[in-house]
Design a protein around this ligand. Sequence first.
Ligand SMILES: [Zn+2]
Length: 350
Amino acid sequence: MRAAIFKGPHAIEVGERPDPAIAAPTDAVVRVLLACVCGSDLWYYRGETPHAQGSIGHEFIGVVEEVGADVRGIAVGDLVIAPFKYCDGTCPHCRAGVSSQCVAGGAFGDGKIDGGQGEAVRVPLAGSTLVPVPGTKHSDEMMRSFLALSDVMCTGHHAAVSAGVRSGSVVAVVGDGAVGLCAVLAARRLGAARIVALSRNPARQEVARLFGATDILAERGDAAVEAILELTDGVGVDAALECVGTGQSLATAMGIARPGSVVGVVGVPHAVENPMETVIFRNLGLRGGVAPARTYIPELLDDVLDGRINPGRVFDFETDLDHVADAYKAMDERRAIKALIRMETKEADR
Ligand SMILES: [Zn+2]
């Protein structure tokens, strides 16, 4: 089969990988329909986080082609959403809702395990990992929103849940990437009364408004902290959501958080200073981490199917597998919020 291959920083190519096959009775093979590029893939692409050469991509939806003898709840022909990490659903961490830390789990597209950016994927622990989507003949718009549940919407939701966003909350989101925009949508879904989005990019500001941002601020750093304190009568926000991962974005999020609040942190940390002084002297909490997507997908899927949320709107660039390098480039150059990769379907031949 053909798949994106990570060869090193700034080197994504399309090449051949072995056709996925059932190796354990709990495996399934999924033919990929839609995949996408994650902000964390960009860290690899830019050489700022190491990544093994080989398979890449951890966000995809597809159709089940084959199941092992012990797979329950998933059948050949099902349309499925893959959370970006697989899990057994039964270990203590899974049972506590932290499926992203499953003791038997792992990540797709780590160089060895098949990635989402390819024609097909062998999915380990398929019955407890994949989420089947009910119904048939979904619109392309809805399919794009299913794809967003694979990671980006769950990660934005995790920032909001971790920060304790609830009805009436005043929220600020630091970061206008796809995760930040999904955090805006998640905050609105949880009933936030006011949502401040930090962005100076017109295309991203537009999606932020569409997703429920009530205020948009172009300021950054200390100026952003000042502007938000002014907006909140010097109090700060009930929930600051950090969706970037840099030292500056964390400092901003902690600077605008009201004393006693918890900052939702989902950005992959890069060059972040130890925040303990702020945690102690401003009475702040930090909570978040790797989103347990498998735990969140069912409730978010219900909202997508009912049309209450449309997270697929974050995809503003589309290409095919042959041009996967363009998808990375468009995101690297910030020409795209999030790039979708449409696999060539063989439906017409079936
Ligand atoms: Zn587990």
